[in-house]
Design a protein around this ligand. Structure first.
Ligand code: KIV
Length: 270
């Protein structure tokens, strides 16, 4: 099951990477053009994160994102993806109330946006929902540590699992999720030693964001790593480009050219 440049990324092929020590490369996308670019660049997992609420919607948290908004983002991203595994974040309150809700709402992402998997936040309390989804043939990615849908309870975007009890609780939740059937687990903003221990104990791959180098893969919000989202810049983000200033500069130049009458020129006219 060696991954090659042309075959689509599947759940078994992702899990198999862990034993081969091949790191999983994941990023977020919320529309066609970004998904297309990430797919062409060889990203393994494209997550339509509920971070869309913040980076696309200008909201102050991920909580307001609705099912319809999320499905719209997923349908756009779907059209750009040929090879990567497309994963949809289930929005806040679309899966926490009952397993029936979780099934119906997750099912919409598979039927209406043709995603390859869904991601749910939380540990033991969502294990029953995870089990039902997986039994129904819907692959689930877990998410522990800093879970942004619980931001009201957590009180801020701070590092989680810092003390021994919290770290043990996280490991227990990770094992419960693995038993429930998740195929991979996102670990967000936790000490690297905790992530290392969890990664060593699990058979499924861990995908870190602010969780150090020992996870089986890494994910970042694309708008952060491209330097597009400037509202805040977390320590764990490495910026591979600075697109916000580049865009401002290009748009200013366009503004000057229109105002001075130098655009459009002869070459740009019929
Ligand atoms: O919503 C999101 O973008 C995420 C990733 C940061 C893991 O959940």
């Amino acid at each position: 099951m060696k991954s090659d440049a042309t075959s689509p990324v599947t759940i078994p092929s992702l899990i198999a990477r862990k034993s081969r020590g091949e790191k999983i490369v994941a990023l977020t996308a919320y529309d066609y053009i970004m998904a297309l670019l990430l797919d062409e660049a060889g990203v393994d997992v494209i997550l339509v994160g509920d971070s869309a609420a913040m980076v696309c919607g200008g909201r102050e948290s991920t909580l307001p994102l609705t099912m319809e908004e999320s499905l719209y983002h997923c349908r756009m991203a779907r059209r750009g993806v040929n090879k990567a595994l497309l994963v949809a974040d289930l929005p806040f309150l679309s899966y926490q109330v009952s397993t029936g809700d979780a099934m119906r709402n997750a099912g919409r992402f598979f039927k209406e946006a043709e995603v390859g998997a869904v991601k749910l936040e939380g540990g033991a309390p969502i294990a029953a929902a995870v089990k039902s989804l997986v039994q129904a043939g819907m692959p689930v990615m877990g998410h522990l540590g800093l879970t942004p849908q619980s931001i009201r309870k957590l009180g801020g975007y701070t590092v989680q699992a810092r003390d021994r009890i919290a770290a043990e609780q996280l490991l227990e939740d990770a094992l419960i999720l693995q038993d429930a059937g998740v195929f991979a687990l996102v670990l967000e903003k936790i000490p690297r030693e905790v992530a290392k221990k969890v990664t060593a104990r699990l058979d499924i791959p861990t995908i870190g964001i602010g969780a150090g180098p020992d996870c089986d893969g890494q994910i970042l919000v694309t708008y952060d790593m491209l330097g597009l989202f400037e509202a805040f810049n977390p320590k764990f983000v490495r910026q591979y480009a600075h697109l916000a200033p580049t865009i401002r500069q290009a748009v200013s130049q366009y503004r000057e050219d229109v105002r001075s009458g130098s655009f459009p020129g002869d070459d740009e006219s019929f």
